[in-house]
Design a protein around this ligand. Structure first.
Ligand code: UN1
Length: 512
């Protein structure tokens, strides 16, 4: 039985019309145009909300700046306590929020729940981090001097997130930014406003109960214009943006022009290399999940499979038979592997990519196409497909946000690595091998050029504990675990002279 989406909306406090302002903490009071949220699952409007205007935007930024003045003085572990409670709230509402993610965005229920789990995990991570915002202590070259560095809150963090991970990516940024002492302004994708409003309601309740100043968590429901306002705004020292390379270049140029900071997590064109020493069961499952999970709409989705010639035919057969098992349909149905694409525009991009691939000589061994009628009436459902291609095709070098998998053959591992790296993007990558030499070569400095390189794991499904992001046109930013927190703070080097002399650095003499 499918979950009842209306009772879920009610539990999350979402009505048919939503004013993000009423969340209780500061958010974009929609005085602008009406925005309808439509589910790609059935094509129907779920609820409506309103876009913010420019003056609404200004109110939000002022509130966030005001809140920062107080929040930065709250001890970091106390800030962590508020985030801990937010994590608890997410645990309580995991089913509801995960279901809404699945319904509004279209990913399978399992993946919707997994996304909320990532939020819970990053909250836990951030709580621990709140007691570990360590600076280094250095030995001064001068006698009776002490030198160390410390990390201070930075200010407002602007978060621009994409539809494909409508809630988790916000939490990676916000949970870290909050414990670091920053306030956040979140502009979610206009394709997924309701999940954002739901998150804002959950966090508002927790923050209010903890007397966290209003404005620490801000939500602005806006369009591209709002993103531009944020990128141009010197009151926002850091913009963390997730989305297409085209969007990232615009954000980076605008933020760079004012010498602000940005964290960019952009497109991926992720490959799996399958060597003759692979465990084929792992290789098939990892590759198929990577290619069709979230209907190929993860930044980390597997788009290219580079398979050794000796196992190519066997692997190809297994792959085709795995694709035959895939169940496509309503994402809330727990039996379904592949839900719809986000909207019909995405379906057009998918169809065009297939045509372009064919025009370049690609041979489809699993045919694609749009599914129509009955349960597919929203027009957003497509068939995951596989094409045999040459690595040099133009279409193969692009990121198409859809379940199209490109299959190619290699002879030597060096050649496979060269093929893998010969694309503009550099997010995630994987090798399937049980051979130590192959694995280590792949992970060495002459191996994968991506921010993420896995062995015997697919390209998607990264854990929050690692730094997440990639090189080249992926933008270079790192979010989430490891020391990604440093990008949300400002570093200060402090040198203290406790002697009665003033010895100058580098031994310089200066007498008065
Ligand atoms: C994204 O697609 O933007 O690695 C994020 C993964 C997830 C995050 C993906 N943990 O698939």
């Amino acid at each position: 039985m499918l979950p009842d989406i209306h009772s879920i909306l009610e539990k999350l406090g979402i009505g048919p019309e939503n004013d993000a302002w009423s969340t209780g903490t500061i958010s974009g009071k929609g005085n602008g145009a009406i925005l309808e949220s439509t589910s790609p699952a059935d094509g129907k409007v779920i609820a409506t909300t309103m876009l913010i205007t420019e003056s609404d935007y200004d109110t939000v930024v002022e509130k966030a700046a005001e809140a920062f003045a107080g929040w930065r003085k709250v001890p970091a572990p106390k800030r962590g306590e508020a985030v801990r409670q937010f994590g608890e709230e997410l645990r309580k509402f995991k089913d509801e929020l995960g279901t809404l993610v699945s319904w509004e965005m279209g990913k399978s229920l399992q993946e919707g729940l997994g996304e909320v789990q990532e939020m819970i995990d990053i909250c836990d991570f951030a709580v621990g981090l709140s007691r570990q915002l360590y600076g280094l202590s250095m030995h001064s070259e001068r006698p009776a001097h002490r030198m160390y560095e410390q990390w201070h809150p930075l200010g407002i963090t602007g978060i621009i997130s994409a539809f494909n991970f409508p809630v988790a990516v916000w939490s990676w940024n916000s949970a870290l930014a909050w414990v670091c002492g920053n306030t956040c302004i979140w502009k979610p994708s206009e394709k997924t406003p309701l999940t954002a409003i739901a998150c804002q309601r959950l966090v508002a309740r927790v923050f209010k109960a903890n007397n966290v100043p209003e404005g620490v968590s801000c939500l602005v429901i806006g369009d591209r214009h709002t993103g531009k306002l944020m990128s141009d705004d010197p009151r926002i020292p850091l913009i963390s943006a997730t989305g297409s390379t085209r969007m990232g270049k615009a954000v980076s140029a605008a933020v760079g022009a004012r010498l602000g900071r940005s964290i960019l997590e952009l497109g991926g064109n992720n490959a799996v290399i399958v060597t003759p020493n692979a465990d084929l069961h792992i290789a098939i499952t990892g590759s198929v999940f990577g290619a069709v999970g979230t209907a190929g709409q993860r930044c980390t989705s597997t788009r290219r499979l580079i398979v050794h010639e000796n196992i190519y035919e066997t692997f190809k057969q297994k792959l085709v038979s795995a694709y035959q098992q895939l169940r496509i349909g309503n994402p809330l149905d727990p039996e379904v592997h592949v839900g719809p694409l986000i909207d019909t525009g995405a379906v057009q991009n998918y169809l065009q990519a297939i045509e372009r691939c064919k025009a370049e000589g690609g041979r489809f061994i699993v045919e694609g196409g749009q599914l129509t009628g009955g349960a597919y009436a929203s027009g957003c459902y497509v068939k995951p497909c596989i094409a045999e291609v040459n690595a040099g095709f133009h279409i193969v070098k692009e990121e198409t946000f859809a379940p199209i998998l490109y299959l190619m053959k290699y002879k030597t591992l060096e050649e496979a690595i060269a093929i893998q790296n010969d694309v503009p993007q550099g997010l995630s990558s994987a090798i399937m091998t049980l051979n130590l030499r192959e694995a280590e070569l792949y992970l060495s400095c002459v191996g994968s050029d991506c921010g993420i390189a896995n062995v015997n794991i697919g390209t998607s499904g990264a854990e929050i504990g690692g730094a997440f992001g990639g090189e080249k046109e992926t933008g270079g930013g790192r979010e989430s675990g490891s020391d990604a927190w440093k990008a949300y703070m400002r570093r200060q080097t402090n040198t203290i002279n406790y002697s009665s002399e003033l010895p100058l650095a580098q031994g310089i003499k200066f007498e008065l």
